[in-house]
Design a protein around this ligand. Structure first.
Ligand code: NAP
Length: 314
């Protein structure tokens, strides 16, 4: 007999894992397809201390591991695979990865978002050679080096704080005076003797021959351009970029409704205009993107999928 899932979830971040838990626990034959590592953004987050019930000093990876374990305990399958095409129009929907095809009664897209790049000259060729989007992954390469953190949101300020455990000095570079992050995080950063601020400033270019050697800044108010060079003894320094995220919704645009940035548009019910297709987590247009709102979306979407299946197929 053909293997038809009740629910296929695209993305194994907090939204997808929560949907997997709720779907499997609701006795749906449930599969999560994740193209990289489970956990999405939290897997590159050193500390998650605002998720209710988080243990003290809980890390993103440890929280992810517990979510995976819990979903699997209820029978949720998790497979590696990047969705390359799909057909959502029939009652039984088809999802294709490079190596496999899946058939399912319902779908939850929890594809998340990827770090936004600065899009300045030099950035692409220096990724992994001084330019990074993940402090958890790369901080220890900069033990006792200088580091710049670009951005003024929660990610930039929290990750700057984390980077002070490694770097001898962390300079937060932000394009204006006001910050988007939580005030408590900003206060902590201001109190940290290793953190300095360079405001009203953007990065114009990053330079280096195989490794990051200098960074060109422009003051947005005065127009002044300055170039920072690596300390001679160090030879390099770090540039950690946290300037927001771009939703991973490209292949669905035109089929499902998205806003001008590309976030899926769906109400609190997570339903899309295609019956049986739901969207959850950071890929969805919403006012607050947190682990707790992602897991909430996942739960809602799975319950909605369960109700849809009961009304359509039972
Ligand atoms: P964000 O809140 O979108 O902030 C992005 C920051 O980068 C803003 O300060 C923005 O400046 C700046 N920026 C954007 N494009 C830029 C560019 N091209 N050049 C220079 N600067 C640029 O992104 P985020 O900090 O990654 O956070 C994403 C979401 O996750 C948010 O909802 C956040 O609350 C959430 N989050 C929560 C936590 C937590 O609760 N512990 C931790 C991390 C993230 P402007 O302010 O001038 O626009």
């Amino acid at each position: 007999m053909e293997n038809i899932y009740d629910l296929v979830i695209i993305g194994g971040g907090p939204a997808g894992l929560s949907a997997g838990l709720y779907g499997a626990r609701g006795k749906l034959k449930t599969l999560i397809l994740e193209k990289e590592k489970n956990g999405g953004q939290i897997v590159i987050t050193h500390q998650v201390d605002n998720y209710p019930g988080s243990l003290e000093n809980a890390t993103g990876p440890s929280l992810t591991a517990r979510m995976v374990q819990q979903a699997k305990a209820f029978g949720c399958e998790i497979q590696r695979g990047e969705v390359v095409s799909f057909d959502f129009q029939s009652d039984i929907k088809t999802i294709r990865t490079k190596d496999a095809e899946y058939r399912t009664k319902s779908v939850i897209i929890a594809s998340g978002a990827n770090p936004r790049k600065m899009s300045c000259p030099g950035e692409d060729k220096l990724i992994g050679k001084g330019v990074s989007y993940c402090a958890t992954c790369d901080a220890d390469f900069f033990e006792d080096f200088e580091v710049f953190v670009i951005g003024g949101g929660d990610s930039a300020i929290e990750e700057a704080q984390y980077l002070t455990k490694f770097a001898r000095k962390v300079t937060i570079v932000h394009r204006r005076q006001g910050f988007r992050c939580a005030p408590i995080a900003l206060d902590k950063a201001k109190e940290n003797p290793k953190i300095e601020f360079l405001l009203d400033t953007v990065v114009e270019e990053v330079k280096g021959d195989g490794i990051l050697e200098s960074i060109v800044f422009k003051n947005k108010i005065t127009g002044e351009v300055t170039e920072y060079f690596a300390d001679e003894e160090d030879g390099t320094f770090g540039c950690f970029v946290f300037i927001g995220y771009v939703p991973e919704t490209e292949i669905y645009r035109g089929v499902l409704d998205c806003d001008e940035v590309g976030y899926f548009v769906a109400g609190d019910s997570t339903e899309t205009k295609i019956p049986g297709v739901f969207v959850a987590g950071d890929c969805r247009q919403k006012p607050v993107r947190q682990v707790v709102t992602a897991t909430s979306d996942g739960a809602v979407a799975a319950v909605m999928a369960e109700r849809y299946i009961a009304s359509k197929f039972d």
